[in-house]
Design a protein around this ligand. Sequence first.
Ligand code: NAG
Ligand code: NAG
Ligand code: NAG
Length: 481
Amino acid sequence: MNNGARTWKPKKHSNPIFMSLSFLIVFFIFFVFYQEISTFILPHSTISISSQFPQCAVKSVEKFLWYAPHSGFSNQLSEFKNAILMAAILNRTLIVPPVLDHHAVALGSCPKFRVLDPNEIRLKVWDHVIDLVSEGRYVSMARIIDLSSVASLVQTIDFRRFVSQWCGVDLNSICSTDSSIQRSSLNNLRKCGSLLSGFQGNVDKCLHAVNVDCRTKVWTYQENALDGALDSFQPDEQLKMKKKFSYVRYRQDVYKNLGPGSEAHLSTVLAFGSLFSSQYKGSQLYIDIDIKKLPRNHEMQSLFGKIEFMPFVPDIIEAGKEFVQKNIGAPFLCTQLRLLDGQFKSHWKPTFSVLKQKVEVVKKGSSHPIHIFVMTDLPRSNWSSCYLGELANKTSSFKLHVLSDGEELVKRTAAKVGAAYDGSKDSHCPHQLPNVLLFVEETVCSCASLGFVGTAGSTIAENIELMRKNNVCVDNYEIGV
Ligand SMILES: *[C@@H]1O[C@H](CO)[C@@H](O)[C@H](O)[C@H]1NC(C)=O
Ligand SMILES: *[C@@H]1O[C@H](CO)[C@@H](O)[C@H](O)[C@H]1NC(C)=O
Ligand SMILES: *[C@@H]1O[C@H](CO)[C@@H](O)[C@H](O)[C@H]1NC(C)=O
């Protein structure tokens, strides 16, 4: 520790005032750069790590799992489900993240082998979450998705509670009116975020940051195929040449590699990067756990069944049903038209032709006017330029219904969902209502007894189909034909 001071030898000046001044300067420099010097001299010392990160000195029986959610809501939900699976397999408490803003954090493309490194994406998520807190827009995933069905199979903890325990920082203090409290909390948070994201490397028994991603890894569980086998999807030669890389994708058992007996198992916190996975060229891109390959009667089978469909919280479901009962009050058709976003801009024709066909069929068998609930990103003022304008004009044949953020029902639901988290009652952070419109609209569509016409390829449409299949709306509120 004293190396710097001991090797320093004054050569020319022996004036005692100059000496002590110089000594002070050296001492000052040493003090300012202490962190850098100590990590340079003792790169893997647990002593320096635990003095830097007090949370690593605390022994915890409970073990946690963190990951980096990203992209749009549907993507965040599918990652959340994978996280529940991983937490159950590894017997770790899942740290439940908030809902991130649409595409505030993006992963990149797994098939193109161009993705953010796990450390980078974890840090981006961390920074965004801190923004959500300070802007009063934090809404836990658990306030949107009902976790009661999996509560007996996996432990969870709110991200804010975890941060207050592990980082020793109350997230509300970042909005403190006392600027020194605010500064010190932000400083501690920054350190903790950097640790959790894996920038200090893996810290013995404290943090294991998984630093592999879909470019090189496919996680499996209890597959008969050998752990460590090559995956069937690999970068092709053309891509390798063009991008000058040589990734090889291996399949590995998540339990064998990160569970009991592994180094990762010893750490209090296990941090994944993205947990996004999807089917591509006959292979799953990152996580390939197949329910059919699991032994029967396994606890995991029951969990699989439950995470396949996870409903919205009762507040949202009730709001959707209330709108159906009070505002529509008759059998209706629902259409979800995604017209302005990305790939959907060029698909107006097929989207409307499917709707038109369906409307013609319904027209024959129902009394008039026909009620249609419309959820679309196309502003009302633009409807006249498309089929929606035609429907809206024929008021004797059709009655169109829409929901908007301004609707009292939507505001009331947002207030319930965004109600203060018990730890933040005395927060100085501003408080904003969360955006719940999409979730209420999806619920309304799941109640449409005359049928549903969605936009092909939209994850929103997929979720509505899933809700309909699982009879979210079936009970006294459903209005039959
Ligand atoms: C799972 O972890 C808890 C601690 O959080 C521990 O008490 C329990 O024994 C573990 N279960 C198994 C099967 O290892
Ligand atoms: C919607 O209408 C506005 C003006 O009324 C127009 O500028 C805009 O291009 C329209 N958008 C679409 C997608 O038709
Ligand atoms: C609907 O009616 C309005 C006037 O009421 C008219 O300007 C518009 O062109 C009509 N749109 C269609 C698609 O018929």
